[in-house]
Design a protein around this ligand. Structure first.
Ligand SMILES: Cc1ncc(COP(=O)(O)O)c(C=O)c1O
Length: 334
């Protein structure tokens, strides 16, 4: 992992190596945290710009609400702090990881008085499933563990503890030398990848599992559905049987970290190289990410140019001098 100079932590810019938490943080013990994965691209028309920034921060806010975490910063404060962090670190493109979690102060499952802490981290991170994967397609395997369901958790929330499910699936398939896991929902219908939504092409129609399949409501998924429809393709959200994965003309995955990745093999069934519909949509999506598609420029939140003279990371004692933005509640972790 490539380090950046600064991390934003509870309203202050601190040195990467100084951004530490207490070992009794509630989130560390019970997974009581919510997070986002966002990307900033060096765009041709807008300079460094964050793709669908507000949608990601709104989802963070919603995930926090669903798990009773009172965010001590507003969406707008987090948005501005993220841009400032990217500028100060001197990045033109990077991955962005906002995380809110219950900190130390009270133990036990019901711990409303433990403070909610918020961090924003940015670092350079290439395509999650590799550039070759984006070009040639990846090999996926259906995992034996099922995706979490709304019977017991909240699939629509991007919550830290929920990712133990994704880790199990990913580890199982990595150990079997596949690139990515595909999870079925509790009914045995196709749900999504361990960190991506899934699309199939069948008889020229684009198909993707809907919300009754316990999917994460992916922001890339939404963008790709819009792009595909704007290009004139028919897109339907419906239940997808496992066998349809093997019968599909094309399959691809979408997610912020992975972007749009063709799938060329599933469970030892060969689908072949990336198909034409995947290629056309992937190209348009790449244009949207990099500010080359006029019609999707509104999806980009410009960061401004890197300051170039980023101040040296402050020592931990100095962080007060670096504070920006008061917590919305006036107190971190009310
Ligand atoms: C489980 C899961 N599904 C789908 C996605 C894709 O979501 P998005 O396109 O918003 O990144 C992600 C990534 O955040 C994920 O972790």
């Amino acid at each position: 992992m490539e380090k950046a100079e600064l991390i934003w932590m509870n309203g202050a810019f601190v040195a990467w190596d100084e951004a530490n938490v207490h070992v009794l943080s509630h989130g560390l013990h019970y997974g009581s945290g919510v997070f986002e994965g966002i990307r900033c691209y060096d765009t041709e028309s807008r300079g460094p710009a964050i793709f669908r920034h507000l949608e990601h921060l709104d989802r963070l806010n919603k995930s926090a609400e669903l798990y009773y975490l009172d965010l001590p910063f507003s969406v707008e404060e987090l948005r501005q702090a993220t841009k400032e962090l990217i500028r100060r670190n001197g990045f033109r493109s990077c991955y962005i990881r906002p995380l809110a979690f219950r900190g130390a102060g009270e133990m036990g499952l019901y711990a409303p008085s433990a403070p909610v802490e918020v961090i924003l981290a940015v670092w350079p991170w290439g395509a999650y499933l590799g550039d070759e994967g984006k070009r040639e397609g990846i090999r996926a395997k259906v995992a034996s563990v099922r995706r979490i369901s709304s019977d017991s958790l909240i699939p629509h929330a991007k919550a830290s503890g929920q990712y133990l499910n994704s880790i199990l699936a990913k580890t199982e398939t990595a150990n079997a030398s596949y690139d990515e896991a595909i999870l079925l929902d509790q009914r045995g219908m196709v749900c999504e990848g361990s960190g991506e939504n899934i699309f199939l092409v069948r008889d020229g129609q684009i198909v993707t599992p809907g919300h009754n399949s316990s999917i994460l409501d992916g922001i890339t998924r939404k963008s790709v559905i819009q792009i595909a429809r704007d290009l004139g393709y028919s897109v339907v959200e419906r239940d997808v049987a496992r066998a349809e994965l093997y019968l599909a003309e094309e399959v691809f995955l979408t997610g912020t970290a992975a972007e749009l990745v063709p799938v060329r093999e599933i469970d030892h069934q060969e689908l072949g190289p990336p198909g034409e519909i995947t290629r056309v949509i992937q190209a348009k999506f790449e244009d949207a990410l990099h500010g080359r598609a006029e019609e999707y420029l509104e999806w980009l939140d410009p960061v401004g140019e890197p300051s170039g003279d980023a101040p040296p990371p402050p020592a931990r004692e100095n962080v007060d001098a670096e504070e920006i933005g008061e917590p919305a509640s006036g107190k971190v972790g009310s």
